[in-house]
Design a protein. Structure first.
Length: 462
């Protein structure tokens, strides 16, 4: 599922990048022709290509930092899309201006950049709006038929159906019991015996079965006949995972985890991951050393107490280890209360410099040492405090399974979800953590690392 999810994202990104590269190169060529005429000739135009390529790379990096390659449906309203695209293109002009000041030889001629910027901006915005319209109106949407109407199953189906950013549509619900009454936005279409006719009449691509309704309620012999007759069946949990990048805990059964592909931790995969951890930890410690010294001095000057803060966390196989951070709270912040959830942006215990460090994730720098000595990995589920884990294991099914791998400095939940400070948010993050545990790979790790770097640079932390 992760492979399909990332391949789909790569396909969308590749389509956008290739088309925008053509548009920007075309804008450069037009600008050169209008301002300089055809005096350059083929040889001169060939010499301009590397300079044009710089413009393309800078522009697409700015679009990437503006999250314009992330959203499967191009994200938000047309106005939001227009604003974000203009911001990214404006940033492109600023970066190019700095580059041309530092490296004058990169320039492509007097007056060419201004015209190129105008042409590229109009071209990219027109393309983005067209692409957004196409994917919303005529883009492929998989049509699904829901079998079963448990509350947990319907909740997942509605989440898929109501999200316009996903290319999926739930056409309706098929009854498994006479008491079923459908759900808002998901009409009741009939019973199990009506599935073949509903599939034909409504052009259903897949029939999805809620795990909560599968055991002892479905006529398997009849469904087997339908399967052999060409009807495609799948579990709702698998479809939900495919489209959302998380595993639905409330609609899960142990059998799905046992027989589902994934969850493979080969020696070679773990060895490559450990090598990546060591290299990244050493690089992180060396590069962050000057920042660490400056932050240590500021913490010492602005707040009484130690610079570093240590805390017990739950690691791989539920073993307890000590995690190290730069202190971002007042000294002895939990003396009166004991272990409590951090309350996000409004936590009064956080110091002024601590708020900045948390938002930029700079308070996590000492955890490169945890990675180096093997307590943590660069990518994995964030380690939680044992006081909270005891409670969460009792309240949230499958919570213990997140500890089958090393915890990470960053993770899939960190780049896909916001800060969590409650049982409900811990469950939401667990769904992303289980997805990562199932699909752990170097490719996914690199994707998460790049997204984390973007999050830190754009200050989208706590």
């Amino acid at each position: 599922m992760a492979k399909g999810l990332i391949q789909d994202a790569n396909w969308r990104s590749s389509t956008l990048i290739m088309m925008e590269s053509v548009l920007i190169l075309g804008a450069v060529a037009t600008g050169v022709y209008v301002q300089l005429g055809n005096i350059a000739g083929p040889a001169g135009m060939a010499g301009l290509f590397p300079k044009a390529l710089v413009i393309v790379i800078v522009c697409q990096l700015c679009l990437y930092w503006g999250d314009l390659y992330d959203n499967p449906r191009s994200g938000g309203s047309y106005l939001e899309l227009l604003i974000r695209t203009l911001q990214a293109l404006g940033a492109t002009c600023l970066v190019l201006a700095v580059l041309y000041t530092m490296f004058p030889d990169l320039g492509i001629g007097r007056g060419v950049l201004s015209l190129t910027a105008l042409l590229a901006t109009s071209g990219v915005i027109s393309w983005r709006l067209t692409y957004g319209w196409l994917t919303r109106r005529v883009g492929p949407r998989e049509r699904l038929l829901m079998v079963g109407a448990s509350s947990a199953g319907l909740a997942l189906a509605r989440e898929l159906h109501d999200n316009d950013e996903l290319a999926v549509q739930i056409v309706g619900v098929v009854d498994t019991e006479s008491a079923t009454a459908g759900a808002p936005g998901l009409p009741l279409l009939g019973g199990i015996e009506d599935i073949p006719s509903i599939v034909r009449a409504r052009n259903v691509d897949r029939v999805v079965v809620s795990l909560a309704d599968a055991r002892g309620k479905l006529p398997m012999q009849k469904m087997l006949e339908m399967k052999l007759d060409g009807v495609s069946f799948d579990y709702l949990a698998s479809v939900y995972e495919e489209y959302t990048g998380k595993i639905a805990v409330e609609n899960l059964r142990p059998s799905w985890l046992i027989f589902s592909p994934g969850f493979r931790k080969t020696r070679s995969k773990l060895a490559v991951k450990r090598a990546l951890d060591i290299v990244s930890a050493l690089a992180g410690l060396l590069l962050s050393a000057p920042i660490l010294l400056v932050l240590a001095a500021i913490i010492k000057i602005t707040s009484p107490g130690p610079v570093f803060y240590s805390q017990r966390r739950v690691g791989k196989d539920s073993r307890i280890f000590t995690v190290y951070k730069l202190r971002s709270m007042c000294n002895d912040a939990e003396r009166q209360t004991g272990a409590v959830w951090a309350s996000g942006k409004n936590d009064a215990r956080v110091t002024k410099i601590g708020r900045i460090m948390r938002r930029t994730r700079l308070d996590e720098i000492p955890q490169f040492w945890n990675i180096l000595i093997g307590n943590m990995s660069f990518v994995g589920p964030r380690p939680e405090r044992p006081e909270f884990v005891e409670s969460l294991v009792e309240q949230i099914p499958f919570y213990r399974q997140r500890h089958v791998i090393k915890p990470g400095l960053t993770g899939w939940a960190q780049v896909r979800y916001t800060y969590g400070a409650s049982v409900e948010e811990a469950m939401e993050k667990l769904q992303y953590d289980l997805f990562y545990v199932k699909h752990m790979s170097v490719t996914l790790d690199l994707f998460i690392i790049f997204e984390t770097i973007k999050t830190v640079l754009l200050r989208r932390g706590l």
